[in-house]
Ligand binder design. Sequence first.
Ligand SMILES: [Zn+2]
Length: 387
Amino acid sequence: MTHDLILKGGRVIDPSQKHDGVLDVAFTDGKVSGFGKDLKGAKEIRDVSGYIVTPGLIDLHTHVYWGGTSLGIDADEFCRVSGVTTSVDTGSAGPGNWAGFRKHVIEPSQARILAYLHVSHAGIYGFDHRVMVGESGDLRLMNPIDCVEVADKNRDYIVGIKVRVGLHASGTSGTVPLNIALQVANEVGMPLMCHIDHPPPSYEEVIGMLRPGDVLTHAFRPFPNAPATAQGTVKPEVLAARKRGVIFDIGHGKGSFSFKTTRAMLANGFEPDVISSDVHKLCIDGPAYDQVTTMSKFLCMGMSLNNVVAASTVNAAMALKRPEYGSLKVGSLGDATILTVKEGKFDYVDVVGEHLMGDKKIASEGVVLKGKWWHPKRTSKFPKVSA
Ligand SMILES: [Zn+2]
């Protein structure tokens, strides 16, 4: 047998190879081992004709420190149903509670988990229905020295530094936490992911401080601190940041994505670099739900399917600086997602309560993780074909 598993006859969309067409994809020893027509010889062959096959989806903004932080959800449960093979936790843990995240969540999970480490000592510790304390509001919690040490020792899982600034997350501290986080990111040579909410600080101030390769999350948030002006143009600071190489990530969540902002940005030809859900306990039952629902909103608003897939695969991998993720090139990580695009009428809602009647819905139908079929509920839909 040449391969462990072959997915046969699907429409393979892999923007990392600029490919969109019917092909077979094979996996062996946890990696992609074949990409081409009429692949043969495998222990297991699954017929996925009529379905879309993409590289395993990356959700660049999630909160999966289940049990250790009140906002955390279970990564494996979430990933199985939403087509995600890599869940990137963004700042749930800081240097003070990283060890538990690594030992009790990341290492035992089946789904891949990577993380941005928060510069605040205990990460996002006070985020719940009845308690909402911004972890960047008290500057005594900023812990740059330990953050550098923990990030440096855990480069296998930590991909960058996280900071949250805005009235809710940092009170009146303005850009001070961002400044501290940038010093940490420079010290360890990692990208930064910066959250933004209500001013202060302003969107313009924040984006002006980000370096090429840094990620602004909640990039298409509603007023105040939206990237578009009241006239529907893109703020010049936003255009300048994109030119400089700042990465714009959606991070939908419960307060950070609006149709109005998105309509204005797309009308100006400004698509997000990365689409992510920012799924956590307070938005998993709406309005964000999951990665495929967030992707569906962009598809319904006019982004092409290929660009939507790119924004959840190769572009996210570039933000992570891990090209072996988000691709079906031979030798890449053996992850794939099987999707359908359903036609019909689907009701979508954003964080300010605006409804949008969409005509398409992206649904996850199956997942291959580390070279193995990983979607327990739907196996009958893709019967094994004799090898
Ligand atoms: Zn978040």
